[in-house]
Write a protein that binds this ligand. Structure first.
Ligand code: PMP
Length: 285
């Protein structure tokens, strides 16, 4: 069945959903995006995703396409029109269409807004029970990874490289330290039970799941230490996991060919997954 896609004010069958070849995201990757999980027809972490969207737009000087209330109404309409019970809503805002020029078009250029849905399980995914195997690859992305741009060629290449190596994903490495996964934040658990993840900076995306997970972990007495961690620490960790809107917290069972712990999803990773899911379902709108 054809999905209904939102393009610049219109709800269209996906075959009719079109964007100009002059759109700056097509020509310059001049756009940003958000992915919001939907469970039971409700949106998870919606206000967090919209806050980060506003920040990404602000950092790049792209006009806001709509207010948060309007964006909420569009998300809900997309859930309804697509009969979406469980899956993801992808939203993209671009600087808009203009003649090809490295210089930005005039400040009043109308941004493009596109949304589409992807139905499928987000909670009961086999990877959550099995755990992920990650390769380590050099982080060759640009210097403003804190902005959620559609410039995803290197993460996509790294994911393919990991698959070629027979792994599920890659963790990216800069100066001997892990930055994050290709599309997720990275964590290790030390022998003493402390969780370590890289602090926010231009080097990583400020994950919405990361922020909530850190909050609920603290409420449950789990300390998360924010500092960069080395490849060696990752390889000798007791447990490891990732977070993202589409994977919540998902255990990592192998890093760079080395089994983590006993090679099965770690108990703390699974517990954090459970408490995060419980909390985010409770706050879904
Ligand atoms: N880092 C990167 C590079 C990502 O692409 C993502 C997911 N978009 C994340 C982290 C996780 O962010 P979130 O929890 O907001 O999905």
């Amino acid at each position: 069945m054809s999905r209904t896609v939102y393009v610049n004010g219109e709800y269209l069958p996906e075959e009719d959903a079109k964007i100009s070849v002059f759109d700056r995201a097509f020509l310059f990757a001049d756009g940003v995006y958000e992915v919001t999980a939907v469970v039971g027809g409700k949106l998870l972490e919606f206000s967090g995703h919209m806050a980060r969207l506003r920040r990404s737009l602000g950092e790049l000087g792209i006009n806001e396409p709509a207010s948060e209330d309007e964006l909420l109404a569009i998300h809900r309409e997309m859930v309804a029109r697509n009969g979406l019970d469980e899956g993801l809503i992808y939203l993209q805002v671009t600087r808009g269409s203009a003649d090809r020029d490295f210089a930005f078009p005039p400040a009043d250029t109308v941004p493009s807004l596109v949304l589409f849905t992807q139905a499928g399980p987000v909670i009961d995914k086999p990877t959550a029970a099995k755990g992920l195997r990650v390769a380590l690859l050099p982080d060759m992305r640009w210097g403003r990874r804190d902005i959620k741009t559609v410039q995803l060629l290197y993460p996509s290449i790294a994911k393919m490289e990991a698959k070629k190596l027979g792994k599920d994903d890659a963790w990216l490495v800069e100066d001997g330290k892990i930055t994050e996964g290709t599309s997720n934040n990275a964590y290790i658990v030390l022998e003493d039970g402390r969780v370590v993840t890289r602090p926010l900076s231009h080097a990583i995306l400020p994950g919405i799941t990361r922020a909530s997970l850190m909050r609920v972990a603290a409420e449950h007495g789990v300390t998360i230490e924010e500092r960069p961690f080395t490849v060696e620490e990752a390889r000798s960790a007791r447990e490891a996991f990732i977070t993202s809107a589409s994977s919540f917290a998902t255990p990592v069972v192998e890093i760079d060919g080395v089994a983590i712990g006993d090679g099965r999803p770690g108990p703390l990773s699974m517990r954090l997954r459970e408490i995060y899911i419980e909390e985010s379902l409770r706050n879904a709108i």
